[in-house]
Design a protein around this ligand. Structure first.
Ligand SMILES: [Zn+2]
Length: 213
């Protein structure tokens, strides 16, 4: 008998150069799908009941004794509380050094006259749309999904094209009630080719999503 297909509770498609946010409750799962492949996203999360508590890459790296988080690893907050568990992560290539692209960064790296919003600006808009103060968006909160960075032994690092292909995803289980936000990045050298959308799906607690198609 074929396994029943489990429908998402919510589905949000995040087009390149935009961001979106939503709520996921403790025990529910959140899946970020790289729809066309080769796309990077800036993912952040806050404790729904205390916006001063956020996903924290620095403390998660410390707790996990590594910057490349493994499937099954816990993602911690700035208060060292358990926020997410990585349930499935088939490609497992992400950047956990924190920081967002921004219009400031675009003016430094691309064009001094650039007027385009970066991920930080888009995420601040999403925070504002949801009544969340701009200072709650912290650089250490940025879990840079699918971004492929090499830390070289000589101390340098370099961003390469993502390894994700169409339909690749990461799935997280919420360990608390969470406000999440995701921007789909348009910086040229971290994405492969044309920027393309990411899709966020949430699933009920205890239900196993069907394989990504
Ligand atoms: Zn970006």
């Amino acid at each position: 008998m074929a396994a029943a297909v489990v429908s998402p509770l919510t589905t949000v498609t995040v087009q390149p150069g935009t961001s979106a946010g939503g709520i996921v409750r403790q025990g529910q799962k959140l899946r970020v799908v790289d729809v066309a492949g080769g796309q990077v996203g800036d993912f952040v999360a806050l404790n729904l009941n205390d916006h001063s508590e956020h996903l924290d890459c620095a403390y998660t790296n410390w707790a996990n004794l590594g910057w490349r988080w493994q499937q099954g690893a816990t993602i911690f907050t700035n208060r060292m509380n358990r926020m997410w568990v990585i349930k499935e992560d088939p490609t497992a290539v992400h950047f956990t050094g924190g920081g967002f692209c921004s219009n400031d960064a675009r003016r430094l790296f691309l064009d001094p006259e650039d007027g385009v919003k970066g991920c930080r600006d888009c995420l601040q808009d999403t925070f504002a749309d949801n009544g969340i103060a701009a200072h709650c968006l912290q650089a250490t909160s940025c879990f840079n999904l699918f971004m492929n960075v090499d830390y070289a032994p000589d101390g340098s690092w370099q961003a390469h094209a993502p390894v994700t292909r169409a339909g690749d995803f990461i799935e997280l289980r919420a360990e608390m009630d969470i406000f999440w936000a995701l921007s789909t990045c348009i910086m040229p050298w971290v994405n492969r080719g044309q920027p393309s959308p990411l899709r966020v799906e949430t699933y009920a607690a205890g239900r196993r999503p069907a394989a990504a198609g």
